[in-house]
Design a protein around this ligand. Structure first.
Ligand code: DOR
Length: 447
């Protein structure tokens, strides 16, 4: 009799126990056993030479549906995710309509269920107008929490003022996520943008704009007695500052801020234009220091697709954002191979970190009883990242032509083999993620 639905045999597992050889038995979409086991299963997958990581949770993606489906939609964005080894995503609210009401949120969930290829949660945008509803919205099933733009970026979400941010913090209970750039300073410095020169992007959106906003935010959070998540840290100074506020502030870093630097504006132009900007090597080094010393909690891709035609517009009309959900795993495994971080630290940033900060139930650990969400990688495989490989509708990556070592081989979502060796095996299994702080656990209310 089959004890398990599926056994992954002879793998090297990466989890809270360390890195060790074992088999993994799956039953009913959950991890049922870890250790040496026979072959009493519906199916056995030999993973000799492969590492199994807890499924990678990308806690910051923009999938553009509804409103800008020519750039991306929930299906294409999630296809890009699973092709890159990502098993779950948190999607951002700067869509059109903005995800700022229950109707808009429910609409996203119903579009996503069994249509997305990976599991998902959606952020609700915090605004001046919906502050009074956020305490309810943040607890909707499948909600990752509240996201606030303190500086303007793609879309119209914006709460630039202390009173607005304080009111939001005072009305919610969960950890909210912040795009932290000081809007007033950005407005004052707009004249510093040089037409046709995206290298002026970090001059306009400078270090002080990010640091000033982050200092204001931490002060406001402390006054409100609330936890905050500071997204996509782009400066060494913020990393230093936030190291003094770990009791309330969690920190996200991105692959692009860890991999690219301002020399890329010359070769890639507006393709590296991002908010907050890619900056000098000294800042990149400061962000790596936060990875090494533990100040950084989470790695998110900030996947923000725009079409090549849109990106080809003259700066500053070119939109900010680049793809990233599919390249997160290979880019970071290449850093692992280059000795920049350990495989365990990578898992900490992409699964244990999200689990811990956001109170995800049943995901983020390779442990018995948890969802069988697995990212299976070949650490030794050298492959070149190309635009052709990118499943995002926008069809490009700033890493086109980059040779990396370390590659995602399989993406398993709740025990289902969704991607294997670059092929989509099983379609559209996506379900909402549930949270300890949410009102309802799976299965979703909405079916
Ligand atoms: O560069 C960015 N693009 N930063 C953001 O904060 C938003 C994103 C987008 O949605 O395009």
């Amino acid at each position: 009799m089959a004890l398990f639905d599926l056994i992954f045999k002879n793998a090297t597992l990466v989890n809270h126990q360390g890195i060790f050889e074992a088999d993994l038995g799956i039953r009913d979409g959950k991890i049922a056993d870890i250790g040496k086991m026979g072959s009493a299963a519906g199916a056995v997958i030999d993973c000799t030479g492969l590492h199994i990581l807890p499924g990678v949770i990308d806690t910051q993606v923009h999938f553009r549906e509804p409103g800008a489906e020519h750039k991306e939609d929930l299906r294409s964005g999630s296809l890009s995710a699973v092709m890159g080894g990502v098993t779950s995503v948190f999607e951002m609210p700067n869509t059109n309509p903005l995800t700022v009401t229950k109707e808009a949120f429910d609409d996203k969930i119903s579009r996503a269920v069994n249509s997305m290829h990976c599991d998902f949660a959606f952020y609700v945008g915090g605004t001046h107008e919906n502050t009074g509803q956020l305490a309810v919205l943040e607890k909707l099933p499948g909600c990752a929490g509240v996201k606030v733009f303190m500086g303007s970026s793609t879309g119209s979400l914006l709460v630039p003022d202390d009173d607005g941010v304080a009111a939001i913090l005072n009305s919610i209970s969960r950890r909210a996520a912040f795009h932290s750039e000081d809007e007033y300073r950005l407005e004052e410095r707009k004249h510093l943008r040089v037409e046709g020169d995206p290298a002026s992007h970090p001059v306009w959106r400078d270090v002080e704009a990010a640091l000033k906003s982050t200092k204001r935010l931490v002060g406001l959070a402390r006054a409100a007695g609330k936890r905050i998540h500071v997204l996509h840290i782009s400066t060494a100074e913020e990393m230093m500052f936030l190291s003094g506020h770990k009791d309330i502030a969690s920190v996200e870093v991105t692959p692009h801020h860890l991999t690219l630097d301002d020399s890329a504006y010359k070769s890639l132009g507006s393709l590296v234009q991002m908010n907050p900007p890619v900056r000098s090597l000294a800042h990149q080094k400061g962000i790596w220091a936060g990875v090494e010393n533990g100040v950084a909690d989470i790695l998110g891709s900030d996947h923000a697709p725009h079409t090549l035609e849109e990106k080809a517009e003259d700066y500053p009309n070119s939109p900010s954002g680049m793809t990233g959900v599919q390249t997160l795993v290979p880019i970071m495994l290449d850093h692992v191979n280059n000795g920049r971080l350990s495989l365990q630290r990578f898992a900490d940033l992409t699964s244990a970190g999200p689990n811990r900060l956001f109170g995800i139930t049943g995901k983020g650990r390779l442990a018995v009883g948890y969802d069988a969400d697995l990212t299976i990688v070949d650490l030794k495989r050298t492959q070149t990242i190309t635009n052709d490989w990118i499943a995002s509708k926008s069809g490009w990556t700033p890493y086109d032509g980059k040779k990396v070592t370390g590659w995602p081989v399989g993406t398993i979502v709740r025990g289902r083999k969704v991607m294997w060796e670059g092929e989509l095996v099983e379609k559209s299994v996506g379900q909402p993620i549930s949270f300890f702080d949410g009102l309802e656990t799976r299965p979703s209310l909405l079916n």
